[in-house]
Write a protein that binds this ligand. Structure first.
Ligand SMILES: NC(=O)c1ccc[n+]([C@@H]2O[C@H](COP(=O)([O-])OP(=O)(O)OC[C@H]3O[C@@H](n4cnc5c(N)ncnc54)[C@H](O)[C@@H]3O)[C@@H](O)[C@H]2O)c1
Ligand SMILES: O=C(O)[C@H](O)COP(=O)(O)O
Length: 530
C-alpha cells in the first residue's frame, strides 16, 4: 500500500507491526511539537492519535492528503468531527478495546480512595506506621450511583454488584431493558441519583451537556460524606465545585483519573490528601493497549484501502457480523448511482432521491447503502472528493432531499432496493436486488424489467420495439471488434419500446457507438462503466 501513516502518540508495538505489514510507510513520532506536527501533516494519508493530540480545523487545513484519523482509544472529544466529515476524512476509533481496563481502573480508584491506600503507602515510605488516621469505609450495602450506563458504566455495575453494592444509574438515553439486564435501578433524574448515592461514578462522554454535570447544585443535595470517581473525562465532575465540596467535607474522598487541563498538572484537586489521582491511566494496561493498537491499525489500513470499517465514528455504526453482507449491497447501491449518472446524459440538477428498501435488506444498516447510492450519483459530477463520509453532507449542501422508506414485505424478491432520482422535468428509476450468496442484479431501469449482472462495461440501448434492431446492434459491435458476454432485453409493450443491456468485454469506440445510434429505431445509446 503506497500510503504514509503518522503515529503521533504511543501505540503498542503490535499495532505498529501491523501497520508496517500493510506495506505503508509508517513514521512513529510521538515527540512532535504542535508546530512540527502542523509542518509535516501535509505529507500523510493517515494520522493515529490518542487523547492528547487536538485534531482540529487548524490541522485539517494543513493536511491536504489526509484520508483517515485513527483514534487509538475510545473518546473522540479531541477530534473535530465536522471538519473531518466535510472533507471526507474518515475518523475511526476503538470503542470496545479498553473498556475493561477503564472499568477496572474506576474500581481501583474507588477502593484506593475509600481505603486511603496511596496515602498509607506514602506514610510507610516515610517510615511511619500510621494506623490511626487512615480508617476507610466498606462498599458492602452502600449505594453506588452510576451516571452513564454505557459500555464502561455497565461493566462497573456488574463488577461492583459482586461487592454487595446496591446499584442505581442515571442515563436518559438508554431503554429500561438495559437497566434490567444489569440489575440496576433506573433513576429518572440526576438529582434523584445524587440524593441517594453513597458513591458516584461518571461514565458519560464529554459533551456540552455532560461537562460540569456533577457541580455545585449536585453537591448541595448530595449525602454528606459522598465519595466520587471520575475516570471518564476531566470536568464532567466540575473541578472547582468538587474543590469546594471537599473543603466543606460534603465529599469524603475522590478518585480522579482525568483532569480538565491535561496534560498540565494544574488542577486544584492535586492539593487534597483525600483525593487519589492518576494521570489518565484508565486505558493503560498491557491488554488494553495491545487491543487498541491492533484494532486501530486494522481499521486505519481498511479505511485507507476504501474498505468498510465497523468503528467509523462519522459513519453509521455497523455491527461487525454485518460488514461482509453489507459490502455487496454497498457495491450495488453505488452501481445504481453510477448508472443514473452515465445513462442520463441530458442531466438536470437532482432535486430528490427517493430510496425504498424492501424485504430482508431492512435488517441491515440501510443508511449506509443510502450513502453508497449518493456516492454513486455525486462522485462523477463533483470534482471534490465524495465518499461515504461526506456523501450525505454533499447531497444536503446541493439542496437534494433524500427520502428513505422501508417495507418488510416484497413480491418476487427476497430483497429489493428501488431508487427514484427526481429532477425538475424528469424522473429516473433503477432497482436492484441481491440473489443467493451475494450476486447483485439490476432488475429494473426506467420501467424496463431486466435481470442484469452489472459488469465493468455495459452497453445500454433504448429503441422502438421492432424487428431487426437487436441484430444490427450485434453486427455493429462485431465490426467494432467488441465481444458480447451477455444480453438482456426489457420491453414496455404498451409503449412499443424496448431496452437492451449488453455486457461487453471491452471499451466501445465513439465511432461504433455513433453507428449504433444511427440504427433506425434506436433512440438512446450509452456505454456505462462500473
Ligand atoms: N480514563 C480513561 O482512560 C478512559 C478509557 C476509556 C474510556 N474513557 C471515557 O469513559 C467514558 C465512557 O465511555 P464508554 O465507552 O462507556 O461510553 P459509552 O458511549 O458506551 O457510554 C456512555 C453512556 O453515557 C450516556 N450519556 C450520554 N449523555 C448523558 C447524560 N447527559 N446523562 C447521563 N448519561 C449520558 C450514554 O447514553 C451512554 O449510555 C467516555 O467519556 C470515554 O471517553 C476513559
Ligand atoms: O478515551 C479513551 O480511550 C481513554 O480516555 C484513553 O485515552 P488515551 O488513549 O489517551 O489513554
Amino acid at each position: 500500500m503506497n500510503m504514509k501513516i503518522l503515529v503521533a502518540e504511543t501505540i503498542s508495538e503490535k499495532g505498529i507491526e501491523k501497520l508496517i505489514d500493510s506495506g505503508a510507510t509508517v513514521d512513529v513520532n510521538t515527540k512532535l511539537s504542535r508546530e512540527q506536527l502542523l509542518e509535516i501533516i501535509g505529507d500523510y494519508d493517515a494520522i493515529i492519535v490518542r487523547s492528547a493530540t487536538k485534531v482540529n480545523e487548524e490541522l485539517y487545513q494543513k493536511a491536504a492528503k489526509l484520508q483517515v484519523v485513527g483514534r487509538a482509544g475510545n473518546g473522540v472529544d479531541n477530534i473535530e468531527m465536522e471538519g473531518a466529515t466535510k472533507r471526507g476524512i474518515i475518523v475511526v476509533n476503538t470503542p470496545e478495546s479498553n473498556v475493561v481496563s477503564a472499568a477496572e481502573h474506576t474500581i481501583g480508584l474507588l477502593l484506593a480512595s475509600c481505603r486511603n491506600i496511596p496515602q498509607a503507602h506514602a506514610r510507610l515510605q516515610e517510615r511511619v506506621w500510621d494506623r490511626s488516621n487512615l480508617k476507610g469505609v466498606e462498599l458492602l450495602n452502600k449505594t453506588l450511583g452510576i451516571v452513564g450506563l454505557g459500555r464502561i458504566g455497565s461493566l462497573v455495575a456488574t463488577r461492583l454488584k459482586a461487592f454487595g453494592m446496591n446499584i442505581i444509574a442515571y442515563d436518559p438515553y438508554i431503554n429500561e431493558a438495559r437497566f434490567k439486564r444489569f440489575g440496576v435501578e433506573k433513576k429518572e433524574t440526576l438529582e434523584d441519583l445524587v440524593r441517594e448515592a453513597d458513591f458516584i461514578t461518571v461514565h458519560t462522554p464529554k459533551t456540552e451537556e455532560t461537562m460540569g454535570m456533577i457541580g455545585k447544585e449536585q453537591f448541595k443535595v448530595a449525602k454528606k460524606g459522598v465519595r466520587v470517581v471520575n475516570c471518564a473525562r476531566g470536568g464532567i465532575i466540575d473541578e472547582q465545585a468538587l474543590e469546594e465540596a471537599l473543603k466543606e467535607k460534603i465529599v469524603a474522598s475522590a478518585g480522579i483519573d482525568v483532569l480538565v487541563n491535561e496534560p498540565n498538572p494544574t488542577s486544584p484537586l492535586l492539593d487534597f490528601n483525600n483525593v487519589v489521582l492518576t494521570p489518565h491511566l484508565g486505558a493503560d494496561t498491557v491488554e488494553a493497549q495491545d487491543n487498541v493498537g491492533l484494532t486501530v491499525a486494522e481499521e486505519v489500513i481498511s479505511a485507507l484501502k476504501g474498505e468498510m470499517v465497523a468503528n467509523a465514528v462519522n459513519l453509521p455504526t455497523i455491527q461487525s457480523q454485518d460488514v461482509e453482507v453489507l459490502k455487496v449491497y454497498l457495491w450495488l447501491g453505488e452501481t445504481m448511482g453510477k448508472i443514473y449518472y452515465q445513462l442520463e446524459k441530458e442531466k438536470e440538477a437532482v432535486e430528490r432521491v427517493e430510496i425504498m428498501y424492501n424485504g430482508e435488506v431492512v435488517n441491515l444498516e440501510t443508511s449506509m447503502i443510502t450513502l453508497a447510492i449518493l456516492k454513486g450519483i455525486f462522485e462523477p459530477v463533483l470534482k471534490e472528493k465524495v465518499n461515504y463520509v461526506n456523501a450525505s453532507l454533499t447531497a444536503k449542501s446541493r439542496g437534494v432531499v433524500v427520502a428513505e422508506s422501508e417495507e418488510t414485505a416484497v413480491d418476487n424478491y427476497l430483497n429489493l432496493i428501488q431508487v427514484k432520482i427526481v429532477s425538475k422535468n424528469k424522473e429516473f428509476s433503477v432497482s436492484g436486488t441481491i440473489f443467493g450468496k451475494g450476486e447483485a442484479r439490476i432488475v429494473e431501469l426506467n420501467g424496463y424489467e431486466l435481470d442484469v449482472d452489472p459488469t465493468p462495461y455495459m452497453l445500454m440501448v433504448e429503441n422502438i420495439d421492432k424487428p431487426g434492431v437487436v441484430g444490427q446492434v450485434g453486427t455493429l459491435l462485431g465490426v467494432g471488434r467488441v465481444n458480447i458476454a451477455t444480453m438482456q432485453l426489457g420491453r414496455i409493450s404498451t409503449d412499443n419500446r424496448a431496452m437492451m443491456v449488453l455486457s461487453v468485454d471491452s471499451e466501445i469506440s465513439k465511432e461504433t457507438l455513433q453507428f449504433i445510434g444511427n440504427v433506425e429505431g434506436v433512440e438512446k445509446v450509452r456505454l456505462v462503466k462500473i
